[in-house]
Design a protein around this ligand. Structure first.
Ligand code: SF4
Length: 396
């Protein structure tokens, strides 16, 4: 069987990984059998719906069909993964538990930063651990709680060493079985030395149902908006463009925006950060930013040619809940025609925003521009009438 690793194999792991599959399979089964024996009735399989944990579940069930199985549903799973897990749990009649966190991915992200990728994400990884805050709150803590509640003493995990450098070093240092002192539980990784090809081949040979996301070319099937791995942007943009925009905005845009608030100490500075690409947030600013309370967002919409991007960004601001009714400044009579000015204002109105018209000096005395400003700058008239109606009413 061909060998395919995502990272170069550490020399210390080669004797475990580069052995014939038939030998490896025998070792895996004996690891499972020994630990089931030692932890009779107190073992649990941690199942995420990914290929590795599904494989471990399959293997453990061959020896103990009634083993406890826990799925830590983070609340931001792919619907396909949740459907797959529930379908298989039914089909295999699993002794199945599903946990839910008492917070959300978004709340944890806003508080501690989104995982990986940016400086502030890296800084916010919890001290003494390699996993981000969201992994702790959405997966580890619910798992820890159910371990305590049910009295599990051994957890079978679907982890392979060849998946990443971090996993490879952990595999080198700890091997397939070790005690996690913090959780007071034995961690068992029966397929630690399997390659990705061997895993897929086994699914094929045993005709095990695979999470359908793999057939769509996805390499990971965990949390949908996860930003902790290298290719998250291209994966999410392809799978769910809308969610991608929201995550991108929250991860980068939100903090660029608030950094501007601090740097400029003036609300009009906010518009620049949101509608242009500012640099990434400096980690040292983060604590300061967390204290900023935004009460109103103000933007300038001066270029009629920016209508599409303006619409997209304003919708994003509204959809993410950052501000339902942003305030938009519109410079009129400068390098635009009256009709173009009116068109911009009508777009702002359709988006449900408030507007403030600023007349350029050369048009200040023109009646139609004065009417335009009176109409747009009074919230009630802008909300109630279109411009033609307003003019009719005020001229009566
Ligand atoms: S997989 Fe990603 S998004 Fe999900 S909890 Fe872990 S770091 Fe957070």
């Amino acid at each position: 069987m061909s060998k395919r690793y995502k990272v170069n194999l550490l020399d210390e792991l080669k004797p475990h990984v580069d052995i014939p599959f038939s030998d490896k399979y025998v070792i895996t089964k004996s690891i499972i059998a020994r630990n089931l024996r030692e932890h009779r009735g107190k073992a649990v399989v941690a199942w995420s719906g990914g290929k590795d944990s599904t494989l471990v579940l399959y293997l453990v069930r061959q020896l103990e069909p009634d083993v406890s199985v826990v799925f830590n549903n983070t609340g931001v799973e792919y619907p396909e993964t949740v459907a797959y897990i529930r379908e298989l749990a039914d089909a295999w009649k699993l002794n199945f538990f599903e946990t839910h966190p008492d917070t959300t991915f978004w709340k944890v992200g806003e508080k501690f930063g989104y995982p990986g990728g940016t400086k502030h994400g890296q800084k916010k990884i919890r001290r003494g651990t390699a996993s981000p805050h969201c992994c702790y709150y959405l997966k580890e803590k619910p798992m820890f709680d159910i371990i305590r509640e049910k009295g599990f003493t051994c957890s079978f995990d679907g982890v392979t060493a060849v998946e990443s450098w971090v996993r490879m070093f952990v595999a080198r240092d700890k091997g397939t079985c070790y005690t996690n002192k913090h959780w007071d539980i034995k961690k068992v990784k029966p397929i630690l030395y399997w390659t990705e090809d061997e895993v897929f081949q086994f699914f094929h040979d045993e005709r095990i149902l695979l999470n359908p996301l793999y057939e769509r070319g996805m390499t990971r099937v965990g949390c949908m908006p996860c930003t902790s791995y290298k290719t998250w942007e291209e994966d999410l943009r392809r799978e769910n463009p809308k969610l991608y925009s929201i995550v991108k905005f929250r991860k980068d845009g939100y903090y660029q925006l608030t950094r501007q608030a601090i740097e400029t100490l003036h609300s009009s500075g906010l518009k620049v950060a949101l509608l242009t690409k500012a640099g990434p947030l400096a980690a040292r600013d983060f604590d300061l930013l967390e204290r900023v309370k935004l009460t109103q967002l103000r933007f300038a919409f001066d270029e009629p040619g920016m209508a599409t991007i303006f619409t997209e960004k304003i919708r994003l601001v509204q959809e993410t809940g950052l501000c339902k009714q942003p305030f938009i400044y519109v410079l009129v009579g400068f390098n635009t025609t009256f009709d173009e000015d009116l068109e911009r204002l009508n777009l702002i109105r359709r988006l449900g925003c408030r507007a403030y018209v600023m007349r350029y000096d050369t048009v200040r005395l023109e009646r139609r521009y004065n009417e335009l400003a009176r109409w747009a700058n009074m919230f009630w008239s802008f909300a109630k009438y279109d411009f033609q109606e307003f003019v009719r009413v005020v001229r009566q």
